[in-house]
Design a protein around this ligand. Structure first.
Ligand code: ZN
Length: 193
């Protein structure tokens, strides 16, 4: 199985029930009527593997020597991209609100790093992960995600590749029409979604 087209990938998200409609608070703090729960696709190892291979094909030319992902969302796809590229895959996680490498993970000065996430909206956590790698002296050669749900609006200062780009509406909390309608907001991952 390969996801050669963005449409095929998005169909797979729909089939897995991973394209949710409601009122969500995203990691970025923005609110949205749509949410992509990539874990529902990635729970199937062969689909996670296919996504990893597809991303690897797009970024192989950058010669990354390691993949760095933000926990938790980026861990599974980071592992699969690392497998497809034949390089190690490590992750950064939050400690007291700050993204940091723990568990003895290190990057060497000048080591070429690819930053991988599952879904990117504003690119905030990808930028934060890039900074973690740079603070270790590594050379971030590119970033990648399964889906860019910000419609290509993310601001990332290295080459960025997503398998699919979609534009789902996002709102600041004070301009959110769903909040204005009194609809309770859900933080995905915290409960049943
Ligand atoms: Zn809202």
């Amino acid at each position: 199985m390969t996801f050669v087209t963005a449409d095929a990938l998005l169909d797979r998200f729909r089939l897995a029930g991973a394209l949710l409609e409601g009122h969500f608070r995203l990691t970025s703090g923005l609110h949205s009527s749509g949410y992509l729960q990539s874990a529902l696709v990635l729970q199937h190892p062969r689909e996670a593997e296919a996504c990893g291979i597809a991303i690897a094909e797009r970024v192989r030319r950058f010669g990354a020597q390691a993949v760095l992902s933000p926990a938790l969302g980026g861990i599974v796809i980071g592992q699969e991209v690392g497998r497809a590229l034949g390089v190690r895959a490590i992750f950064a996680e939050r400690q007291d609100g700050t993204l940091t490498m723990r568990r003895g993970f290190t990057l060497s000065p000048g080591e070429k790093v690819l930053v991988v996430e599952d879904v990117v909206t504003t690119g905030g956590s990808t930028r934060e992960t890039i900074e973690v790698a740079r603070a270790a002296g590594a050379d971030v050669v590119a970033a990648a995600a399964i889906i860019d749900r910000g419609g290509g609006q993310q601001q990332i200062d290295v080459p960025f590749h997503a398998l699919a780009t979609v534009s789902l509406p996002t709102y600041t909390p004070d301009s959110c029409p769903l909040c204005a309608a009194g609809d309770p907001v859900i933080k995905p991952g915290s409960r049943s979604v």
